[in-house]
Design a protein around this ligand. Structure first.
Ligand SMILES: O=C(O)c1cccc(C(=O)CC[C@H]2O[C@@H](n3cnc4c(=O)[nH]cnc43)[C@H](O)[C@@H]2O)c1
Length: 274
């Protein structure tokens, strides 16, 4: 089992390496075109050997896609392809409990909307696992509002991680599960946050790299996952309220849990455990 974990910045990479390294020391730093992989080989509880490579590829979807594509291609050419690509890092959380009116069950009276249909709030320090990785601003402004590229007849705006793996990782890390949006501009107002939730009622977090990692992975038929820990609330800009240190610590804790889990996983195209 070979896993590529892509972060934006070195601080996130180091937090992931510390977490994975809870069960294995770092083995090596290996150059790939345009970057440097940090390789670990945690002992899996059972099953085949596990190799985890962690790459800080830069901020934003384009840097993430370029770095992911380079690492995946280098591995494929060396005949040691990856089984899974993971976008990991800190992110903004939709931190307030969701009113029933913004959920998919909005047609139901609020009093009868099942709690299970409402996305849980992704509070500061919490772990988020994406069940959908969505490019939230890939499209066009039209007189009728934003149109996704898919509405214009081309491209892709969503990648779905393997559901059984999402469920297992979310359960193990006690994570909030939902759509994680990829944006090129960090949300800085309540109006923009509300607009994103109107368009993506199941959104639990936003970040800037997940869709880039997933798009590069999909191009090579590699499944993708996104794991975020919440450093700030999506909404009005408030730098004093950021909790980057806590989010990085939570990232380390999440990957200390996730690494042994990945060691027990063998992938088929549906991502089911075999
Ligand atoms: O200057 C600001 O107002 C601001 C607010 C939040 C984050 C930033 C960043 O430049 C960090 C970008 C970096 O971290 C991830 N991240 C963290 N929080 C968010 C967010 O609320 N929305 C989008 N991305 C976020 C992101 O994946 C980048 O790697 C600046």
């Amino acid at each position: 089992m070979r896993v590529l974990i892509v972060t934006a910045v070195p601080a996130e990479r180091d937090a992931v390496v510390r977490g994975v390294g809870a069960t294995a020391p770092e083995l090596a730093e290996l150059p790939v075109p345009g970057g440097m992989l940090h390789r670990l080989s945690p002992a899996p509880p059972a099953g085949p050997p596990l190799t985890v490579d962690v790459l800080a590829a830069g901020v934003g979807p384009t840097a993430a896609a370029a770095g992911t594509a380079a690492a995946l291609t280098a591995a494929a050419v060396a005949r040691t392809p990856y089984d899974l690509a993971v976008s990991a890092g800190i992110g903004g959380g939709f931190t307030t409990a969701r009113p029933a009116a913004t959920t998919p069950a909005a047609t139901m009276p609020a009093a009868t909307t099942p709690a299970a249909a409402r996305p849980a709030a992704a509070r500061l320090g919490s772990v988020v696992v994406a069940d959908a990785i969505v490019a939230a601003d890939l499209g066009a402004e039209t007189p009728d509002g934003f149109a996704a590229v898919t509405d214009l007849g081309f491209g892709t705006v969503e990648h779905l991680p393997p559901a059984p793996l999402v469920a297992a990782v979310a359960e193990a890390t006690d994570a909030v599960r939902g759509t994680v949006l990829t944006v090129s501009t960090v949300t800085g107002s309540a109006e923009r946050a509300a607009e994103l939730l109107r368009r993506h009622p199941c959104a639990v977090a936003e970040a800037m790299e997940g869709f880039g990692v997933a798009e590069a992975a999909a191009a090579q038929s590699v499944p993708a996952l996104e794991v975020r820990t919440v450093s700030n609330a999506v909404g009005p800009r408030d730098r004093a309220a950021w909790r980057i240190g806590e989010a990085l610590e939570a990232l380390t804790g999440a990957f200390a849990t996730i690494a042994p889990l990945l060691g027990t996983w063998t992938f088929d195209p549906e991502g089911t455990r075999q």
